[in-house]
Design a protein around this ligand. Sequence first.
Ligand SMILES: [Fe+2]
Ligand SMILES: [Fe+2]
Length: 261
Amino acid sequence: MIRILFIGDIVGRPGRDKIATWVARLRQKHNLDFIIANGENAAAGAGITGSIARTLLEQGIDAITLGDHVWDQRGWEHEIDEFERVCRPANLPASSPGKDHVILKKGNFRLAVFTVLGRTFVNMKGECPFLAADVMLAKTVGANGADAALVEIHAEATSEKIALGWHLDGRAAAVLGTHTHVPTADAEVRPKGTAFITDVGMTGPYHGVLGREVEPVVSRFLDGMPRRFAVASEDVRLSGALVDYDPESKKATRCELLVVK
Ligand SMILES: [Fe+2]
Ligand SMILES: [Fe+2]
C-alpha cells in the first residue's frame, strides 16, 4: 500500500510555519510514502521563491506543485528549472519555464505528479485541462515509466473539478482539487478506483478570507477601492487529502480530508 498526503495551497509565513512544525510528524504518524504540497501562495500569499521552495523540500515535502499564482514572484521564472521536484501547471503554454510533472520514487514504485489548471473563471492561458490530463497520463504512466499518477486540478468551478474526476476515474490514482482554499466534504474513491476531492483546502490562516485579513477584503467588497490584502495570522490549519493506493489492484482504497488545527 502506498500512502500519500497531498497538502493544499501553503499561504504565506503562517502556512510555511505550519509545514515546518508538522510535516515530519505527519510522515511518522501516518506512515506516509509521499508528501506533496501546492506552494502557489507560499511567498507572502502570492507565488513562491527559490529559497522558499528549497526550504519546503528540506523540511520533508517531496514535491511542490503550483497554480495560477505560479509567476507572481519576480525572478522565479529563472529559478524554477533548477528544481527537479517542482512542477508548474502542465497545461500552460509549452514554452513556459519549469517542468510539467514530477516523478517520485519509493522502492520500485514510481508516482507521476502533475497539475492542470481549470479554465472556468481562471485567468491564465491554459490549454483544455481534460485533454492536457489525457496527454500527461499517456506521457508519464505505463510504458513511459510511472506506475500511477496523482493529478491536481487547480480550478475555481466545482463542476470542472468534479467532471475531471469522472473523466480520469480508473486512469489516475487520485484527482485532487485546489485553488478555492476551502476544503470540501466530498472525499471519496470513485467507482473505478480514483481518489477524489473537490478541494483539499489551504494550509494557512482560516480567520480571514481565503488566507487574507478580513478587514481590507470586506472593505473592498463594500467600496470597490483597491487595498493591500495582507496575509492573515489567526486559526492556522494544515489541510490536505490522505490517499491510500494499492499498486496490486491499481486502485485507490481510501481518500480522506486531513486537517491539523
Ligand atoms: Fe491558492
Ligand atoms: Fe490558485
